[in-house]
Design a binder for this molecule. Structure first.
Ligand SMILES: [Zn+2]
Length: 85
């Protein structure tokens, strides 16, 4: 069980939340990048090992969206890495 800290409700069970996916880089302008960079953006999903910024929806709580940092190695909610926020 993972406890997710909602800024409005406090730490709640992950079963109250719906995963919204990782926070990803903004969509590049296809006319400003190379074909290889565009294909990479469209086809390669980042799957880093370590702290990842993710969106979660507190669907069975306050209904707000929140962003957390989760370490993919341990599932621990962690502080933002230095320089990330
Ligand atoms: Zn909440």
């Amino acid at each position: 069980m993972m406890l997710i800290p909602c800024p409005f409700c406090g730490k709640r069970n992950e079963s109250e939340f719906i995963f919204g996916g990782p926070v990803v880089a903004a969509r590049p302008d296809p006319n400003a990048v190379s074909d290889a960079e565009w294909v990479e953006y469209l086809t390669i999903a980042p799957n880093p090992l370590g702290p990842v910024q993710e969106k979660w929806w507190h669907a069975r709580g306050c209904g707000e969206w929140l962003t957390i940092w989760r370490d993919t190695r341990t599932h621990d909610i962690v502080e933002a890495p230095n320089g990330s926020e």
